[in-house]
Design a protein around this ligand. Structure first.
Ligand SMILES: Cc1ncc(C[n+]2csc(CCOP(=O)(O)OP(=O)(O)O)c2C)c(N)n1
Ligand SMILES: [Mg+2]
Length: 792
């Protein structure tokens, strides 16, 4: 491709109009940060016009405004369907200013009208109690990216572009943001973007030179070195550099035209001529001063073009008359009287570049994905369910059966392309490989004959970056599609912070009627703590559940299906659900089938319930003890313990309770799925010992149940952070979650058993010792453990 040649493409009239739009956006950004009255400066600025607390970020705003102005121009000129991800999300004033200018803001929030009164409201509400956040928040029309936590812009942009062939996703990346691990990894997304079925991503690296208090690494590289880096990432960079507005407008307009022509050419080559070579996708490096057009100096120190411009360049405007004068000069430097009429409406030339209707960035339906969402076709479970004539006899690998169901979902969405599976290299390891029968793994880099299941048009996405997987999926869901993230349980912690932000996003959008619900973010956590047969301690951590259960209860759901049919029933529910983050923890190793599909469905609907067939209650008297469980391995151990109790202490009335929906344990007031106290007391009794075998850290169960009547009789076994490479049963023994230990717990806690059942307790202890010796000699579990089945 030829290098960009800058010709004075814009006519003087166009140039002036673009500059007017940019100045108007800058004026509105400064106004939001500072003013609570006198928005049009119809009178001299006085201290009481200025907000008492100055909160916001000016530094990035002029650059974002420049990008928005120029995006408007090309969207209108080329009738583009385009959205933008604003990486430096702290530039909220800029994005709000543009939404107000184009009218999408007033359409969404009619009281913030596009006139003087509305401008006054726009200014006052910003970072003000009862107003709007300082960032590009869910409240911001046209946004799918908050940008408060830096690093995720580019992966969100790619997620939005996937399976949206007509969409252009522009992505402004802060030069500070570019230093984060997630952003650095996400450059490689271009090896996964299918020019035939996906839209285009246009990265704009915003080299304003600084972060909060430091220079940025990329801005201090020689241009040739930066170029090599970006080319190494597979991009063809075009530089726009300057600090003279009219020159930069010309450069930016030319660069935008060049990159869009190239994108169109690549897409046409792939779509019309069948080109298969990976495009060297263009990108823009925009090098303009931080805080451009703001105060050059404040109190004798340089501000414009330095890190000092990051937040509020003039911080004492109310008390310092010099600052007040400087602010007024700054605002008047944009010549607001040329930009807005007496009624505060933007003048026609200011809006000349603004596209119409849904082409406006703040009104594009892709950024309110629920508007475009179609229900996911989830096939009938009957076709995939396993037959269970007798519980605890047959074994299946739950995730493998789920893979069959997902294959059908992939097949049913092959035409509409609105379902993707993401994962860090683990789809097959997690035994979901049946999906490859329908679609392969997206891949645009080189291939060699030994490769399997790579597919230029595939809808499974694997990259060894949990951050990128999460970002892709979030971008995909936020633009109205469906998906699943399958991940090793231990390493999903890598995205703890990203899921926080997504949960916050969903919590906020639920309060915004204009934001339509989107498909839930579904995690399948497998290869879990109890079965790390060839990995061991580094791969053992069930704490993600603890993490998410701290978060907004209206958004978070956690499911621990104990067998294959319950996993199918849970999957059926979560795949069809909206506006949740669903965490499903399920094993991939052979697991006993306990419930028929019908029983599984009923059990999942209850979320927690008594397995009468497994207990020894007679229904006339209260149980002596409750054995409760959540998770596949704990369920097996609880049932094995129940079987031992039947044999050795047949007079004992045992109730078996399984919990599949963990939030059921919470009080009703704390979580929508929480059990009311009477129901909890009836299920887990107000006063009997409850031995609870839990998949993860035991403290979580105490935390969920601490307010219940019977909490002081609740005894929880779970993962005690004792991990290693050993036999499956030794893992539970080491953590005191094994059947023998559970029987001992019963004997220790049921009044009256201590003495009478002492011989049984001794037998359990002896068996644990026998286990210990056996595995060291044979390397496998005791035959009575390995060959165990439920006898009933
Ligand atoms: C992950 C993360 N770490 C730290 C911060 C705190 N922070 C907010 S803005 C900022 C500097 C951002 O610099 P840059 O990306 O260059 O944005 P710009 O210069 O356009 O403001 C930092 C470190 C953050 N928001 N997110
Ligand atoms: Mg910067």
């Amino acid at each position: 491709m030829p290098p960009v040649t800058v010709t004075s493409k814009l006519s003087n009239q166009e140039l002036q109009a673009l500059d007017a739009h940019w100045r108007a956006a800058n004026y509105l950004a400064v106004g939001q940060i500072y003013l609570m009255a006198n928005p049009l400066l119809t009178e001299p600025l006085r201290p009481e016009h200025v907000k008492p607390r100055l909160l916001g970020h000016w530094g990035t705003s002029p650059g974002l405004n420049l990008v928005h102005t120029h995006l408007n121009r090309v969207i209108k000129a080329r009738d583009l369907d385009a959205i933008c991800i604003w990486g430096p999300g702290h530039g909220g004033p800029a994005v709000l200013a543009n939404s107000w200018l184009e009218g999408s803001y007033s359409e969404t929030y009619p009281d913030v009208s596009r006139d003087a009164e509305g401008m006054g409201r726009l200014f006052k509400q910003f970072s003000f109690p009862g107003g709007v956040p300082s960032h590009v928040a869910p409240e911001t029309p046209g946004s799918i990216h908050e940008g408060g936590e830096l690093g995720y812009s580019l992966s969100h942009a790619y997620g939005a572009a996937l399976d949206n062939p007509g969409l252009l996703v522009t992505c402004v990346i802060g030069d500070g943001e570019a230093e984060t691990g997630p952003l650095a990894a996400s450059w490689h997304s271009n090896k996964f973007l299918d020019p035939v079925h996906d839209g285009a991503v246009l990265p704009i690296l915003h080299l304003n030179g600084y972060k909060i208090a430091n220079p940025t690494v990329l801005s201090r590289l020689p241009e040739a070195e930066l170029d090599e880096l970006l080319r190494g990432y597979g991009h063809d960079p075009i530089h726009v550099t300057g600090d003279d507005p009219l020159t930069v407008h010309q450069l930016m307009a030319a660069a935008m035209d060049t990159v869009l022509d190239r994108i169109a050419a690549y897409q046409e080559a792939a779509r019309e001529q069948g080109a298969t070579e990976r495009p060297s996708w263009p990108m823009i490096v925009l090098r303009t001063p931080k805080g451009w057009t703001g105060p050059a100096e404040v109190d004798g120190l340089p501000v414009e073009g330095t890190w000092r411009a990051h937040q509020v360049p003039l911080s004492e405007v109310r008390n310092n008359p010099r600052h007040l004068r400087q602010l007024e000069e700054w605002l008047r430097s944009y010549r607001p009287e040329e930009l807005f009429d007496d009624a505060g409406r933007p003048r026609p030339h200011v809006l000349a570049c603004v596209p119409d209707g849904e082409r406006r960035i703040g009104a594009n339906p892709h950024a309110n994905g629920g508007l475009l969402l179609r229900d996911l076709p989830v096939p009938d479970l009957e076709r995939f369910a396993v037959a269970v004539d007798k519980p605890g006899v047959t074994l299946h690998e739950p995730t493998r059966v789920l893979g069959d169901l997902l294959e059908q979902v992939m097949a049913d969405t092959a035409g509409r392309r609105d379902f993707r599976i993401v994962g860090p290299d683990e789809t097959a390891s997690n035994r979901l490989q049946a999906v490859y029968g329908v679609t392969g793994k997206a891949w645009q880099a080189q291939t060699v004959p030994v490769d399997e299941n790579l597919d230029a048009h595939g809808r499974v996405m694997e990259i060894l970056s949990e951050h990128t997987c999460q970002g892709w999926l979030e971008g995909y869901l936020l633009t109205g599609r469906h998906g699943l993230f399958s991940c090793y349980e231990a390493f999903v912690h890598i995205v703890d912070s990203m899921v926080n932000q997504h949960i916050k996003w969903l919590r906020t959008t639920r309060t915004l009627p204009w934001r339509r619900p989107i498909a839930s973010l579904n995690y399948l956590l497998t290869s879990h703590v109890w079965r790390q047969d060839h990995n061991g301690f580094s791969h053992q951590d069930p704490g993600f559940v603890d993490h998410v259960l701290n978060k907004a209860p209206e958004v978070v759901r956690v499911y621990l299906p104990p067998d294959t049919n319950t996993l199918l029933s849970v999957a059926d529910h979560v795949l069809a659900s909206k506006d949740y983050v669903n965490v499903v923890v399920a094993g991939k190793q052979p697991c006993f089938d306990w419930l028929s599909l019908d029983a599984a469905r009923a059990h999942c609907a209850r979320g927690a319930g008594i397995w009468e067939w497994a207990g020894t209650e007679d229904g006339r008297t209260e149980p002596d003890v409750v054995l409760a469980c959540a998770g596949d391995v704990p369920t097996q151990e609880i049932l094995a313990a129940a079987q031992l109790l039947r044999r050795h202490l047949p007079q004992l009335a045992v109730r078996i309770v399984n919990v599949v929906d963990l939030a059921r344990l919470l009080p009703r007031e704390e979580h929508p799925h929480g059990m009311p106290d009477p129901e909890y007391d009836a299920l887990l009794t107000p006063d009997k010992p409850v031995i609870f075998a839990y998949h993860g850290y035991p403290w979580l169960i105490h935390r969920l149940a601490y307010r219940r009547t019977n909490h002081h009789h609740l005894h929880v076994r779970g993962y005690k952070e004792i991990g290693t490479t050993t036999t499956p049963f030794d893992m539970v023994v080491r953590n005191d979650l094994d059947r023998y230990r559970l029987v001992m717990d019963v004997i220790d806690r049921v009044p009256g058993l201590a003495v009478t059942a002492a011989p049984v307790r001794q037998l359990m202890e002896d068996t644990r010792l026998r286990h210990h010796a056996w595995i060291r000699e044979h390397g496998t579990d005791l035959p009575e453990v390995a060959d165990w089945t439920w006898e009933g």
